[in-house]
Design a protein around this ligand. Structure first.
Ligand SMILES: [Zn+2]
Length: 310
């Protein structure tokens, strides 16, 4: 186990990180989420976190990327591919891995880990032996990934991974621009390279200029516990409208692209954080009547899914 872990990390260092919101994006999302957790959820999350996280969900938010090389089965769970140029997403059509196994995509994974946590927390089936710590770390990561527009990108270009572009002077690919480079440039340009300043700016937007919007971000249709499908639909629409637009192979992306797309990326980090918090708040509620929500796909009877923003 130890050797495998080190091998996984070793490979991660050798390969270009072409996969998910970079470490900083995931860290920001989980930091924002933790700030909106209810008392019950915060207690439950802290109890599930590994000791090295020291009570900080953000510390384990990129764990799923670190293990994807030795837990190879988890690799298709970070994204979902959609048909080229269709600009829409459908669970039944799109949520499968490259050999067609159903539910093996980011939205399927979000449903699965939410269900594992719900069953584990309420101990409805003591025979289930799921690792709830891993379920929490996977869920927190995948709610982030589904908000990165190019994690719900086209099959033909692997969510922008095969679209070679320049980000200013650096040669890279479009997927990596959205995972990492846009956030890095934003940190350098606007936040004095200080991630906590970026997080604070997003937090104050959530409770400030975005408040009218942000109050509804956490709503799930039909009062479900979790609803990754609309988030995936938003992502592919944003991918078509902003990420792919004017970013054909060979393009140099500079100020014009950066300044017009950055607000989109920052809002996606905010939405991911708010929605992760809302999902965890719904999972870890101490109100037993909310157990009706276990029937996730048919809806429950929860009256309000809004997170509290104080
Ligand atoms: Zn990922």
């Amino acid at each position: 186990m130890g050797m495998l872990t080190y091998t996984g990390i070793y490979f991660l260092l050798l390969l270009p990180s072409v996969f998910c919101w970079g470490k900083q994006g995931h860290f920001a999302i989980c930091k924002i989420a933790q700030g909106f957790l209810s008392k019950d959820a915060l207690t439950a999350v802290k109890a599930l976190l590994p000791e090295y996280a020291d009570g900080d969900l953000a510390a384990v938010c990129s764990w799923a990327d670190e293990v994807r090389f030795h837990m190879r089965w988890s690799s298709p769970l970070h994204y979902v591919d959609t048909p080229d140029f269709r600009c829409n997403y459908k669970y039944c059509r799109d949520c499968h891995d490259s050999v067609g196994r159903k539910d093996r995509c980011v939205t399927g994974a979000i449903h699965n880990y939410t269900e594992q946590l719900l069953l584990g927390v309420h101990d409805l089936n003591s025979k289930m032996n799921n690792n709830l710590t891993e379920a929490l770390m996977f869920l927190s990561h995948f709610v982030g990934d589904v908000h990165q527009p190019l994690h719900v990108g086209f099959l033909g270009d692997e969510g922008g991974n095969t679209i070679t572009v320049r980000w200013y002077r650096r040669k890279t690919n479009l997927h990596h621009v959205w995972d990492t480079m846009m956030i890095e440039s934003s940190l350098k340009t606007f936040y004095n390279s200080d991630l906590s300043s970026l997080i604070q700016a997003i937090q104050s937007n959530i409770t400030g200029v975005w408040l009218t919007d942000s109050l509804s971000w956490s709503n799930c249709t039909a009062d479900h516990v979790v609803c990754p499908d609309p988030y995936a639909s938003e992502s592919i629409e944003l991918a078509c409208k902003f990420a792919y637009r004017n970013a054909t192979p060979g393009t140099t992306l500079g100020d014009e692209y950066f300044l017009s797309r950055l607000p989109v990326a920052e809002k996606r980090l905010a939405q991911a954080g708010v929605r992760l918090a809302a999902t965890l708040n719904r999972i870890f509620t101490s109100n037993p009547s909310d157990l009706t929500r276990l029937n996730m796909h048919n809806g429950g009877h929860r009256s309000s899914n809004n997170i509290e923003i104080v």
